[in-house]
Design a protein around this ligand. Structure first.
Ligand code: G4P
Length: 531
């Protein structure tokens, strides 16, 4: 096997699954890993999750709400390809974490519940994918339950997502009448077996025009399937891989994740059509450039930091998405904005059933780097230390609250803890220039609960959140003299963020417009990229 960075990158498929809670993401993840040969028995993903939960107190909140707040990555080797499946948090709140995880994915699988179609969270996550030009593969799940008319589901995709659906399969019935599906490309019928005692899998595919099909379908069902398959092919555009890569078209798969039906077909489709890592825009020494996966310099960016995975150790794992080069264990990498050099001696790869030291990794792979707070979300790492990837912004928070610790003697302690969480990217921290308050900002309300839980469990801090007078935060950019002049006249509304950058805290959106009109030389930014 070739190990040139370009050839290795070409066999990577790094993808995320997006869905509304309960559509079947966990079940599909598990059965994709099973189909990919990464785990031997179904149940391991859930079991592993539970294991992790008992070890990590802060995950109590996940357990109580039955949601998954944290994201991780699972790697498996299948059919000559290396799949990296990024787990996006599935809760109702859109968080920065979700967005950032999607920045590390080259494709996404959108799971729809066949009875429900596109649900609010699916739509929100889809919009993030579109923002990042991530191609989407659609998996219509739970066909073993009573489903909506498949034509209506395709119409919904076209109407709500402005995406051309191109079905590669076509289902025969649903629920109790679900008999299987037609493989529209290869003209085969894939029979679905009703649950047997042993759950031994499904019968082998038969040619669509063979007599064997009568074993599985009665004449009416056969006629209905043939008519549906013909109609849908007439009505929809044929699958065009280029249109898919450009984000105009989505190949549509059907199945039942729970009954392991259609999952191998989805995996095969991902292998065949999902893109390998592509060149990424960056700057090198200030000049614009592109980093190609086959470039010899090892480069990557941190898209997630998870602290206190083990409460006995105050270590953090930074998740680095590699963008180029041949990474080997022990390599020295430099952090672009701080110039610090790291010897990456214990990088971790997350295989489905285990964590292993990563001896070698390539573009598209995600490695976990244990560290004590040196690495932050958005950091660019490279051998030269001069490369910087754009596009991992902080978002202006939508909710700003004042945080206070009940025991006033612990104020110093609170500051450290809040800084730790802000460095991890869980929430944002603003220190008003006047007064001793801490203002924390988040994109969704759940982040405050996670924060309170973690402050209590990991830092033994009992905190209360109180409403703050502020509704909006904007980063100020412009010439230093202009910024200083603005700060001087708006002291009561100014704060510093974790990187000591000036932030204007406003009570209303109107205040921001007013300030922006009066200070045209300044920009009031909704996002900030660390530099
Ligand atoms: P999520 O991660 O997207 O939130 O969904 P998850 O996989 O946990 O699935 C949600 C529920 O839907 C689960 O049932 C799961 O068993 C069921 N499910 C997933 N895929 C299919 C499918 O293809 N067919 C059918 N019939 N059901 C499916 P639950 O009762 O909530 O949980 P459990 O007790 O089965 O674990």
């Amino acid at each position: 096997m070739s190990t040139s960075p370009a050839a290795e990158a070409a066999r990577r498929r790094t993808f995320a699954i997006i869905s509304h809670p309960d559509a079947g993401k966990t079940t599909l993840t598990e059965n994709l890993l099973l189909a990919g040969g990464a785990i031997r028995a179904a149940g391991q993903v859930r079991a592993r999750g539970e294991n992790r939960r008992t070890r990590s107190d802060w995950m109590k909140i996940e357990r109580e709400r039955g949601i998954s707040v944290s994201a991780s990555v699972m790697t498996f080797d299948h059919a000559g390809l290396m799949f990296n499946l990024l787990d996006t948090p599935g809760h109702e709140d859109f968080s920065e974490d979700t967005y950032r995880t999607l920045t590390a994915a080259d494709a996404a699988v959108m799971v729809l519940d066949a009875a429900k179609g596109i649900e609010p969270q699916t739509l929100k996550l889809f919009e993030v994918c579109r923002l990042r030009d991530i191609p989407i593969v659609t998996f219509i799940n739970k066909m073993d339950r009573e489903a909506q008319d498949p034509f209506a589901l395709l119409d919904e995709i076209a109407g709500k997502l402005a995406l051309d659906p191109a079905p590669l399969y076509w289902p025969a019935g649903s629920g109790g009448r679900f008999k299987g599906m037609m493989d529209l490309r290869r003209k085969r019928f894939l029979p679905f077996a009703k649950k047997t005692e042993k759950d031994e899998g499904h019968p082998a595919a038969v040619a669509a025009n063979s007599n064997a099909i009568v074993t599985y379908l009665d004449p009416d069902e056969q006629a209905e399937l043939e008519e549906g398959a013909m109609l849908v092919q007439e009505a929809s555009k044929p699958f065009d891989p280029q249109a898919f890569l450009e984000g105009h078209m989505t190949p549509v798969f059907f199945g039942s994740a729970l009954r392991k039906f259609g999952v191998e077909e989805l995996l095969e489709g991902l292998g065949a059509y999902a893109p390998p890592p592509k060149a990424v825009a960056a700057t090198k020494g200030g000049a614009d450039t592109h980093v190609a996966p086959g470039d010899s310099e090892v480069t990557g960016f941190v898209f997630k930091v998870q602290a206190n995975m083990d409460p006995n150790h105050r270590d953090r794992i930074a998740f680095l998405r590699l963008c180029s080069g041949d990474f080997t264990r022990g390599m020295k990498l430099k952090v672009q904005n701080t110039g610090r050099q790291l010897s990456v001696n214990a990088p971790i790869m997350f295989f489905a059933s285990d964590r292993e030291l990563a001896e070698e990794a390539f573009a598209g792979d995600v490695i976990g780097i244990p560290n004590h707070g040196v690495l932050r979300v958005g950091d660019s790492l490279s051998e030269s230390g001069t490369l910087r990837f754009a596009g991992l912004p902080n978002f202006a928070p939508e909710i700003l609250q004042r945080v206070r610790v009940k025991d006033p003697l612990k104020a110093k302690h609170l500051k450290k803890a809040l800084e730790g969480l802000a460095e991890e990217g869980v929430t944002q921290l603003f220190r008003p220039q006047l007064g001793a308050d801490f203002i924390v900002g988040a994109v969704g309300p759940l982040q405050f609960e996670v924060m309170a839980d973690r402050l209590a469990n990991e830092y033994a801090l009992d905190v209360v959140f109180e409403p703050s007078p502020y509704a909006e935060a904007r980063w100020l950019t412009g010439a230093k003299a202009d910024i200083d002049a603005f700060i001087d006249t708006h002291k009561t509304a100014m704060a510093d963020d974790i990187d000591d950058q000036p932030v204007y805290l406003a009570k209303t959106a109107w205040d921001i417009n007013y300030a922006a009109e009066r200070h045209p030389k300044l920009a009031f930014e909704r996002t900030k990229e660390r530099g």
